[in-house]
Design a protein around this ligand. Structure first.
Ligand code: BES
Ligand code: MN
Ligand code: ZN
Length: 498
């Protein structure tokens, strides 16, 4: 996709269509719509009068324009963005996405968009990101019926803006949008193609392209490091586990002295449940059980290209959870890297087993702040559905900061409590801890207090993205499937720590 920023001449842009954000209850005579209303000989005013278009968020009205004089576009799109007071960065991205998906259906190849925002960086970044993520489709493996009608050019209009600001916003939006789609593509890959070795290869290729350092620990190395918890999940698989370690080092570090943020992701490339086998129905969904790892890779990609001035460590534990003669059994006891012993009572609670060693490893690499993300529990879907990621942690300031990042990116994070009382519920009769809590009780919290046992001094937050990493319906601005959740918010978190 091609992008361009302009600060004047919106109605004269050399594109197939013009698109404009419209607030709820706005009048056709408002300064921004007046000229457009005249170009459509009053059709905006009449659509508003009849109630055909009200400006609700997600509403789109397509009107014909007659190209004449300096006007080249033959279509005008009104894109509802809801109440002006609720309009934010996410609203811009959504509106740009709605416009893109509506116009490509109509075979338009290019459009100019007025997001109605004064800040040129914000307008351009979110318009571009929204346009890019809106065209992601699940059709990678189709040999026909591919979605080949694509919008190829978007012109971002911000009245009177400085062109370098528009260019900066375009660049940021392009990197963040592409990085979200990079994560989404990984999550969508079938597990016979994206096994741990392939995930590591994709990470290495991305690192090479973007200038990150990438190290991949193999099973021999992980065994030597004492990662008995992670390794136990891999025993039943023919596919060797990989620990992907990405390092971003800024030219100049302006962050707090000694601080190192680590993003740690669950990369279960397929989760059968192991010997505690999952029911067959719906098991196919478990290809997205590496979405936490995908989010780490996507966020690291954005970091590498947009270069914040703080170092970041990215770690993905890539493992396949399969049942076979070598697989671990319920009642096995294993020892994690930090020396704690774990009684495995359910081999389907495998995400926490691999994250235990991954967060412990992050700390040995100097991490002082750890954010882990994982499709960890079905319970978080029961609790929060697909609108909020569950967040828990040992440091309220870090949790609050992530929640706040989500407010500006439009991603919901909802905190669940941790406490010593909850931690007691994973004490084992025969080992230090067990990998499940009492049946049917606080499943999401049990996952978190388990991981917490492997964090030593670092500030830590845990994101349970089981409900938010995949969306099972089509949205006006987004295809069905992987969402790339938390890439935007974590990138913002890193930028805020500069
Ligand atoms: N990957 C699953 C969690 C999951 C379930 C994600 C459904 C998305 C949709 C995880 O490994 C798992 O199986 N968790 C168990 C834990 C239980 C055995 C304590 C669960 O949630 O049932
Ligand atoms: Mn599982
Ligand atoms: Zn899992």
């Amino acid at each position: 996709m091609e992008f361009q920023g302009i600060s004047s001449g919106f109605t004269e842009a050399g594109v197939d269509a013009l698109a404009v954000a419209v607030f709820k209850g706005e009048k056709a005579s408002s300064p921004a719509l007046k000229e457009l209303d005249a170009l459509t000989v009053g059709h905006i005013a009449s659509a508003m009068k009849t109630g055909e278009f009200s400006g609700d968020s997600g509403e789109v009205l397509s009107l014909r324009l007659t190209p004449k004089g300096k006007v080249k576009a033959s279509k005008l799109l009104l894109v509802g963005v809801g109440e002006k007071s609720d309009y934010n960065a996410y609203g811009i991205a959504m509106a740009a996405g709605c416009a893109t998906r509506t116009l490509r259906k109509a075979n338009a190849k290019s459009f100019a968009f007025d997001a109605r925002v004064e800040d040129a960086v914000v307008a351009a970044q979110n318009t571009v990101q929204g346009a890019i993520t809106s065209q992601f489709e699940l059709d990678k493996y189709k040999t026909k019926d591919k979605n080949d009608k694509l919008v190829t050019k978007v012109v971002v209009f911000v009245n009177g803006a400085k062109l370098p600001d528009l260019a900066r916003g375009v660049e940021r939006g392009r990197v963040i949008g592409d990085s979200m789609n990079f994560a989404r593509d990984l999550a969508n890959e079938p597990p016979n193609i994206l096994h741990p070795t392939e995930m590591a290869k994709r990470a290495q290729a991305m690192a090479k392209e973007t200038g990150l350092k990438c190290e991949v620990l193999d099973e021999a190395k992980m065994t030597k490091l004492g990662m008995g918890s992670l390794m136990s999940v891999s025993y039943g698989s023919e596919q060797p586990a990989k620990m992907i370690v990405l390092r971003y080092t800024p030219a100049k570090n302006t962050g707090k002295k000694g601080e190192l943020m680590a993003l740690v992701g669950k990369g279960i490339t397929f989760d059968t449940g192991g010997i505690s086998l999952k029911p067959g129905e719906g098991m196919d969904a478990m290809k997205y059980d590496m979405s936490g790892g995908a989010t780490v890779l996507g966020t690291m990609r954005a970091i590498a290209l947009l270069k914040p001035s703080v170092p970041v460590l990215g770690i993905v534990a890539a493992v396949e959870n399969m049942p076979d003669g070598k697989a671990s059994r319920p009642s096995d006891v294993v020892t994690a890297m930090n020396g704690k012993t774990i009684e495995i009572l359910n081999t389907d609670a495998e995400g926490r087993l691999i994250l235990a060693d991954a967060v412990a490893y992050a700390e040995t690499q100097g991490a002082t702040k750890i954010v882990d993300m994982a499709t960890l529990t079905g319970a978080v879907i029961v609790a929060l559905g697909d609108q909020n990621t569950g967040i828990m942690g040992n440091d309220q300031a870090l949790v609050d900061e992530i929640i706040d990042c989500g407010k500006s990116t439009g991603e919901g994070f909802w905190q669940l409590p941790l406490s010593k009382e909850y931690s007691k519920q994973i004490r084992s009769d025969i080992a230090d801890i067990k990998n499940i809590g009492p049946r049917g009780k606080a499943g999401t919290i049990m996952g978190a207090v388990f991981i917490q046992e492997f964090v030593d001094k670092a500030k830590w937050a845990h994101l349970d993205i089981a409900g938010t990493a995949w969306f099972d319906g089509v949205r006006p601005h987004q295809a069905k499937g992987p969402t790339g959740v938390a890439v935007k918010s974590l990138f913002e978190l890193v930028e805020r720590s500069q």
